[in-house]
Design a protein around this ligand. Structure first.
Ligand SMILES: Nc1ncnc2c1ncn2[C@@H]1O[C@H](COP(=O)(O)OP(=O)(O)O)[C@@H](O)[C@H]1O
Ligand SMILES: CCCC(=O)OP(=O)(O)O
Length: 363
């Protein structure tokens, strides 16, 4: 039996799980409010805060570092690389620490896995798998409208692929035989067109491309944004924060927790219902785009991520608008922790060799 610690830092949560082979024996989701994260000026500054959560989780669950065969973290913003399991290496850590390819909570996955590995008295490997930069986009999807800008594949690759495989298996098919639109709705939102096992188009969930989200502005009107940048009222860091962290529902309502929005709607808050419906409206428009990418040949639309638990509002509002395209499958939450554990297990069991970032990074 192999025991694996899974570390999944998200923009609004830290999810931790202990697996014995492919079975989760303990798991915990810790949610982070806007106030809790706002004292940190950079993502890297959150490292020790999130690390303490892991240490306490292990203590409460009765485990020490030496009890594990591997630590596996969510993979962050790295140079574009193919999917798979990667050993956490020096250059990877350097790129994540420096935020060379951008800042996102997932950058901490590999860093924390490596720190725990170095602190343990045994030699325990640290891995990441299917990071947010997995890139399978078709060439035409990379065009932005100006040669100085290229559309990038940054999305919930790990969960999108895991739930797509799960839905394919449910249909008695291979992932490579299906056309799916996968909609991950978390702190960030990504909508991917999966054509026969490849994500040929997807919005850049991190950088101003796509629907607004609990904490991101999504695609903004360009002229307004340019005006704001040159208004002298905001620093570059403030503008960045306004788009990511303090955009979307946070900008409209002050909170990133959709459960609180739902409670308010149930209590009759019409203004918040308008914003929450607005988010659903932007999501359905992106589903429509991806249906066109797949030429209408769509086997299922898969709704996943934390917000997919909300079948009273969000799932209902999306389903009533897009079920003419394909049947809806809901995989609430997702399969991220299991996907990470299985990815590490494949390496530990010798079924796959861990890839080395330095040798495959497309820089
Ligand atoms: N049971 C639920 N019902 C509705 N929304 C939920 C539920 N659980 C989590 N969410 C919402 O999902 C979002 C976070 O999704 P999640 O996929 O866990 O995010 P992340 O990995 O980005 O931190 C939050 O806005 C949270 O309020
Ligand atoms: C970087 C894209 C993935 C993403 O947005 O993740 P969260 O929803 O956890 O922020």
């Amino acid at each position: 039996m192999k025991r694996i610690l899974v570390i999944n830092p998200g923009s609004t949560s830290t999810k931790l799980a202990i697996f014995e082979d492919a079975r989760a024996v303990v798991d915990k989701t810790i949610r982070h409010s806007v106030e809790e994260l706002s004292p940190f000026n950079s993502l890297y500054e959150q490292k020790d805060f999130r690390k303490n959560l892991i240490i306490n989780f292990l203590k409460d669950s009765g485990y020490c570092l030496e009890d594990f065969d591997a630590f596996v973290g969510r993979g962050g913003l790295l140079a574009p690389i193919p999917g798979g399991t990667y050993l956490v290496t020096e250059r990877m850590i350097q790129d994540l620490k420096e935020a060379k390819y951008g800042e996102h909570a997932s950058n901490l996955g590999g860093i924390l896995a490596k720190e725990l590995s170095m602190e343990s008295k045994k030699e325990i490997p640290a891995y990441i798998a299917d990071p947010v930069v997995v890139d399978e986009m078709q060439e035409v999807a990379r065009l932005s409208g100006h040669p100085d800008f290229t559309r990038k594949s940054i999305f919930h690759a790990l969960n999108q692929k895991a739930v797509a495989r799960y839905v394919a298996a449910k249909h008695g098919k291979k992932y490579e035989e299906m056309n799916l639109i996968v909609v991950h709705m978390g702190g960030g939102i990504s909508i991917g067109a999966h054509r026969k096992g490849r994500v040929v188009d997807v919005n850049n969930a991190l950088n101003g491309d796509g629907p607004f989200t609990p904490e991101r502005a999504g695609t903004l009107p360009l002229t307004g944004l340019i005006k704001l940048c040159y208004s002298g009222k905001y620093s570059k860091a403030e503008i960045k924060k306004l788009i990511k962290g303090k955009g979307g529902l946070v900008a409209y309502t002050g909170i990133n927790d959709c459960r609180k929005i739902q409670d308010a709607i149930s209590d009759g808050n019409k203004e918040w219902e308008f914003y929450y419906r607005g988010m659903a409206y932007q999501i359905i428009k992106w589903i429509g785009k991806m249906a066109a990418v797949l030429k209408g040949d769509v086997d299922a639309i898969v709704l996943t991520g934390g917000i997919a638990y909300d079948d009273e509002f969000m799932v209902k509002w999306i389903e009533e608008k897009v079920s003419f395209i394909a049947p809806i499958e809901v995989v609430a939450g997702g399969n991220e922790e299991e996907a990470l554990a299985i990815a590490a297990l494949r390496v530990l069991n010798g079924e796959e060799e861990a890839k080395i970032y330095e040798t495959v990074a497309m820089v």
